[in-house]
Design a protein around this ligand. Structure first.
Ligand code: FDA
Length: 423
């Protein structure tokens, strides 16, 4: 924010605002007010500013783009080479199609390249900055400045009201009148970073339905008996296939002090509902039953744990068997002393491992919020509320949540860009 903040500090308009502050008759004016300086709000502001609209962005946090800054482990997974509607959860699965096809991952990649931001691809087409996620925030702020967008941080929006000409937005800085109001307040994850339910309240105020929000892309917590067995594995990870209902993901699973995390668990958490079971195949690439029975015939002296250590972290095996109700001490025995029935039992336990999580870690660590403003109440072309002219919703505040892998930022860019053409 530094260079841009400095520009704002000396802007004549800001001096005028200061001089007029306290004068009851004065009301700041803008064509467009955007609430929330996150990924979607900044993208929308840039596009509207480019069209010559006078844009004011109000952000209650100390800095713009907090989630961009902390994203992707500090490297911002800003998009993905393979973006499609199938990577999103939304009550109306068709809603995302239009925006994703009008402002694509290739458009954002071109923007990143124009700003000379170096990036690289990781598995599954995920694109990350080489250096720091701050590069993405800096490029958005530079684009905002070039488009003449004004940004006020540390400015909490308190109320919004309909007027004859548009909207009146009350914040800590006083009132602002605008013709278009863009709600880009995001979801509820990481409250310490500025997340608030304010966008949902605005939707409800204007009669739009809100799907109950819940935490997505979030680690699981465990029932006490499972926590006792698995918590000692904190830091250990393994590849697995994790399934909940008809949805399955293959990828890393990480044991934590509190429960289960890692990409596969985070992905499936968005499909999990309280009380549901997870089905985990710890050896999705192998047929363990066939392997154990074949080995028993030719290498009878080998210990079961030696065979299993080829596929799984040795420390994890007894605990995983324990959760499945199989005696972990079996792993200490040579194959010849194990009955075929016992080998089958071990193979079944690891291929068909089941666990019923106690819950999730919630918004404190969630990467995304499921639910939000009902997309059927909003145009998928313009992002304007169907029944409230001039009121727009973009980004995560809508009932759209992406998979892990850069899909959530792409949704923010696409929805923000599209709304920016109309506000
Ligand atoms: P976002 O939450 O970014 O912005 C909303 C803004 O509104 C905030 O700045 C907030 O302070 C402000 N606000 C709220 N209420 C307000 C009020 N009343 N007045 C004024 N301002 C208000 N996604 C991805 O694709 N790749 C990744 O690498 C990651 N990594 C990642 C890490 C972590 C830790 C988290 C929590 C999330 C991610 N995500 C991600 C998800 C991604 O960050 C998220 O989907 C987008 O930031 C959503 O963009 P929005 O602009 O919609 O909301």
């Amino acid at each position: 924010m530094a260079p841009w903040g400095a520009t704002l500090k000396h802007a004549p308009e800001t001096r005028r605002i200061r001089a007029e502050r306290g004068t009851r008759a004065y009301m700041e004016r803008a064509d467009v007010v955007v609430i929330g300086a996150g990924a979607a709000g900044l993208m929308c502001a840039i596009e509207a500013g480019r069209r010559g609209r006078r844009v004011l962005v109000l952000e209650h946090a100390r800095k713009a783009g907090n989630k961009i800054r902390m994203s992707g482990g500090g490297r911002c997974n800003f998009t993905n080479y393979h973006v499609g509607p199938e990577h999103y959860l939304c009550a109306n699965p068709h809603f995302v199609k239009s925006a994703l096809s009008r402002y694509t991952q290739w458009d954002f990649i071109a923007l990143v390249e124009r700003h000379g931001v170096a990036y690289h691809e990781r598995e599954h087409g995920q694109l990350f900055c080489d250096e720091s996620s701050k590069a993405i925030l800096d490029l958005l702020l530079a684009e905002c400045q070039a488009a003449g967008v004004r940004l006020h941080t540390r400015t909490e929006v308190d109320t919004v009201a309909r007027t004859e000409a548009g909207f009146r937005v009350e914040s800590g800085r006083g009132a602002v009148a605008c013709t278009s109001l863009v709600v880009a307040t995001g979801g509820l994850s990481i409250p310490s970073m500025g997340a608030s339910p304010f966008g949902y309240r605005i939707a409800e105020q204007f009669g739009l339905a809100v799907h109950p929000p819940t935490a997505g892309l979030v680690p699981f917590t465990l029932q006490p008996e499972h926590k006792t067995l698995l918590a000692p594995l904190a830091g250990v990870s393994a590849e697995a296939q994790v399934q909940c209902g008809s949805q399955a993901f293959r990828g890393g699973v990480l044991f934590t002090h509190r429960g289960l995390s890692g990409p596969a668990m985070l992905q499936i958490s968005s499909y999990w509902r309280p009380g549901a079971w997870l089905d985990v195949d710890w050896l999705p690439e192998h047929d363990l039953q066939a392997e154990l029975h074949a080995l028993r015939a030719v290498r009878a002296a080998v210990l079961l744990k030696t065979v299993l250590a080829r596929h799984l972290p040795a420390r994890a095996v007894p605990a995983l068997l324990g959760v499945a109700g199989v005696d972990g001490a079996l792993t200490e025995r040579p194959l010849r002393t194990l009955a075929p029935r016992e080998l089958t039992e071990v193979a079944r336990a690891l291929h068909g491992w089941r666990i019923q999580p106690a819950g999730t870690e919630g918004y404190r660590t969630a990467e995304v919020t499921l639910g939000g403003v009902d997309c059927d109440a909003v145009s998928s072309q313009t992002f304007e509320a169907r029944d409230v002219a001039g009121l727009y919703f973009v980004g995560e505040v809508l009932d759209v949540a992406g998979w892990l892998g850069g899909y959530n930022f792409q949704w923010a860019w696409s929805s923000g860009w599209c709304a920016g053409q109309y506000v």
